[in-house]
Ligand binder design. Sequence first.
Ligand code: HEC
Ligand code: HEC
Ligand code: HEC
Ligand code: HEC
Ligand code: HEC
Length: 251
Amino acid sequence: MRSAGGNEAWLPAIVLAAKLAPARPAYCDEVDGKGMAQLFTPQATTAFRVVLALVPVSLAVLGAVAYGWARSGPAWNVGRPAPQPIPFRHDLHSGSLQVDCRYCHASVERAADAGMPTAETCMSCHSQVWAGASVLEPLRTALALNQPIRWVSVSRLPPYVSFHHAIHVTKGVACETCHGRVDEMAKTVRAETLSMGWCLECHRDPAPRLRPRDAVFAFGWRPHDQEAPQDRQALDRVAAKRLTSCSTCHR
Ligand code: HEC
Ligand code: HEC
Ligand code: HEC
Ligand code: HEC
Ligand code: HEC
């Protein structure tokens, strides 16, 4: 049954509410009194519009600056040494003493990892030279406890990137090309960003940056010193396809 009386029952209440409520809010009178209230001066309005327009522009500029910084050398720790347990010096051992890289980084031509020297490797000389020196104390401790020395890496890549030393070294990419003048470093530092863009720069066209096999351990080598590698053409074809595909480095 439709209850018409139901609606009518509300009517007095609505009428009462309408009577009690003020016809218009008081502030309407104030506004009417002066015409449309001028809350902001025209100058302020213009300034506000300028600010509004500048917000996206400055956000874009900030973004560009932040991006530029994130992709620049300092953000990749280029040139910044890491704290090491022993103040080892490449300039002395590789530069002056001319110890072969492979004496300490033994797997660099055979494996993904270059390998790091054990305490025994250092002791082959330092059981005689500087034998009691206090800077070499961590060496003696490592040897006594049969523990590895905890060197801090300056070139570690994120875990989702796969890198392989042997592939590069055997194809003629020199240590110097990626690690810089290690033979002149008193403290080992990162010489290149090792960013994806840096890897790809070479992978798009590696041939001009390759050396003959016997020059990969050399420093200060110049292309005109020796003839270029034979297999340039083959490499260009490889470079065009596999070397730039995502799954080559991310698998
Ligand atoms: C082939 C021999 C040899 C090997 C291997 C070797 N050293 Fe040395 N090391 C030397 C000689 C020689 C000196 C210089 C002594 C001098 O100039 O009085 C030296 C000096 C040092 C010094 C002092 C540097 C300074 O002047 O401040 C440290 C520290 C050092 N070596 C650490 C190491 C460590 C760590 C290893 C292993 C990763 C190692 N060495 C492997 C021969 C070697
Ligand atoms: C006597 C041993 C020894 C020799 C020879 C040697 N290194 Fe090293 N290398 C080390 C030690 C120890 C470290 C770790 C401490 C440091 O970074 O200074 C290291 C670190 C490095 C690193 C940094 C790796 C990282 O992830 O931080 C690079 C690159 C490197 N060596 C390249 C070379 C090259 C290139 C040569 C040959 C010119 C060479 N090393 C010769 C002992 C040696
Ligand atoms: C194509 C560039 C490239 C070349 C060439 C190269 N390296 Fe590396 N090296 C790297 C990168 C990238 C890392 C960091 C690897 C990682 O974190 O997985 C590295 C790491 C290292 C390390 C630290 C230990 C390790 O294996 O992670 C040593 C030592 C090293 N390189 C020595 C050498 C020596 C010696 C040579 C020359 C025979 C050489 N590298 C040639 C790019 C290169
Ligand atoms: C200066 C040149 C150069 C740089 C820099 C370089 N590479 Fe390479 N890379 C090569 C060459 C040359 C090969 C071997 C191509 C071939 O198979 O003949 C190679 C091969 C590889 C391979 C094996 C590809 C395959 O499937 O056979 C991987 C993975 C790789 N590079 C990763 C990297 C990463 C990651 C970086 C940066 C951290 C890097 N490379 C930097 C030149 C370079
Ligand atoms: C030659 C090796 C190489 C190839 C090919 C490559 N990458 Fe990378 N990628 C790297 C390295 C090295 C890093 C770590 C350094 C960095 O962030 O730039 C990286 C980082 C990244 C990151 C993380 C970036 C960040 O800012 O954290 C993404 C996402 C990525 N790669 C995607 C890709 C895609 C998609 C492709 C294919 C179009 C690709 N990569 C091909 C070497 C490579």
